[in-house]
Design a protein around this ligand. Structure first.
Ligand code: C5P
Length: 294
C-alpha cells in the first residue's frame, strides 16, 4: 500500500491479492470457516483520495457505475467505523478509482477498506499503529487485516491472523477475470468440508525458496470445486490456461479469477499473448499480466 499526504488530501494506492493456497480447516460457531491460506499482493491497484469536508457526512464517489457508493460499500463502512471509534466529527469526500475486478477473488473491496482505514488515519492524524488498524480491518472483512502486513503472508483463523513471509523470488502471473463474478458467501455455502485437510507446509517452503516448478505443482484451493459448480467459466478458463502449460494454474480466493503461475516474466507474456490472440476472449474475460509486489 502506498500513501501520500498532501496539504489538503491523502492519496492511497492499494493492491489486489491472489491465493496460492487455500484450505478450509473447519466450520466455526460464528458461521465463518477456519482457513489456512497463503496470500500474495500483486501489481494491480485501486486508487483512493480522501479530503475533509464540513458537512459531517461520508460522501463516496466511484468511477464504476455498478458499485454502490452508499453505506453498504466497504469503503463507506471503514470510514464510518473509524469515525465512530475515534469520535471524529468532520466529514470526508472519498474518490475511488477501481482497477481491481469486483467479485473476482482478488480482495479489491477488502483492499479498499484497508486503504480507507490507513488513509483516514493520516488525514485525521489519529496516530493509530498498524496493529490497531489491522484489528479494526478484521471487523470489516476476513482478509482486510492482511493488507496491513503484506506484501505476502500465511493467514489463518477467518483469514485475519496474519504471519508475513518473504517470497524467495518475484512471481509472475497471468490473471483471467471472467465477466461473471462469484459471491464469497455463496461459494462457502456450496462447499463440502474435507475429512482430512491438505497441509500447506510444503507449498509454503516452495514459496519461500522461490522454487517455481515445485510451487506450480502444489498450488491448491479448496473453494475451486464449489466455484466451478456454480460458475462453469471458472472450469473452462482453468482448462484453457492449463493447455498452455504454465508452471501451475489455480483459482484465486472464492473466484471467479483463475490465474496461471508463469515461469518468469517472458513466460507470462507468452501465455497472455496466446490467450488474447483468441478473438472471443475480450468479451468474456479480462486478461492481466501482473507481478508480485516487493
Ligand atoms: O469476511 P467476509 O465479509 O469477506 O466474508 C464474506 C462471506 O464469506 C462471509 O459472510 C462468510 O459467508 C464467508 N466466509 C467464511 N469463512 C471465512 C471467510 C468468509 O465462511 N473465513
Amino acid at each position: 500500500m502506498w500513501i501520500n499526504r498532501e496539504v489538503d488530501r491523502v492519496r492511497v494506492r492499494t493492491p489486489a491479492k491472489v491465493n496460492l493456497f487455500l484450505e478450509v480447516v473447519g466450520r466455526r460457531p460464528d458461521g465463518y470457516h477456519d482457513l489456512a491460506t497463503l496470500m500474495v499482493t500483486v501489481g494491480l491497484h485501486d486508487s483512493l483520495e480522501f479530503r475533509g469536508n464540513e458537512t459531517g457526512e461520508i460522501r463516496l464517489e466511484c468511477d464504476q457505475p455498478g458499485l454502490s457508493t452508499g453505506s453498504d460499500n466497504l469503503v463507506w463502512r471503514a470510514a464510518d467505523l473509524l469515525r465512530k471509534r475515534h469520535g471524529v466529527a468532520t466529514g470526508v469526500d472519498i474518490q475511488l478509482r477501481k482497477r481491481i475486478p469486483m467479485a473476482a477473488g482478488l480482495a479489491g473491496g477488502s483492499s479498499d477498506a484497508a486503504a480507507t482505514l490507513a488513509g483516514l488515519n493520516r488525514l485525521w492524524e489519529l496516530g493509530l499503529e498498524t496493529n490497531q488498524l489491522a484489528s479494526l480491518g478484521a471487523e470489516l472483512g476476513s482478509d482486510v487485516a492482511f493488507f496491513f502486513h503484506g506484501p505476502s503472508a500465511w493467514c489463518t483463523g477467518r483469514g485475519e491472523i496474519v504471519e508475513p513471509l518473504k517470497l524467495g523470488r518475484p512471481l509472475d502471473f497471468v490473471l483471467v477475470c471472467p465477466s461473471v463474478g462469484l459471491s464469497t458467501a455463496g461459494v462457502f455455502r456450496a462447499l463440502r468440508l474435507p475429512e482430512t485437510p491438505v497441509d500447506g507446509a510444503c507449498l509454503r517452503q516452495a514459496v519461500e525458496a522461490g522454487e517455481i516448478v515445485d510451487l506450480g505443482k502444489r498450488l491448491f484451493n479448496r473453494l475451486e470445486e464449489p466455484a466451478m459448480e456454480l460458475c462453469p467459466e471458472v472450469a473452462r478458463w482453468r482448462e484453457r490456461l492449463a493447455q498452455l502449460e504454465p508452471a501451475g494454474v489455480l483459482m484465486s480466493g472464492s473466484g471467479s479469477t483463475v490465474f496461471a503461475l508463469a515461469r518468469d516474466a517472458a513466460d507470462a507474456l507468452r501465455l497472455a499473448r496466446a490467450l488474447t490472440s483468441e478473438r472471443e476472449v475480450g468479451d468474456q474475460a479480462r486478461v492481466l499480466v501482473v507481478r508480485s509486489c516487493d
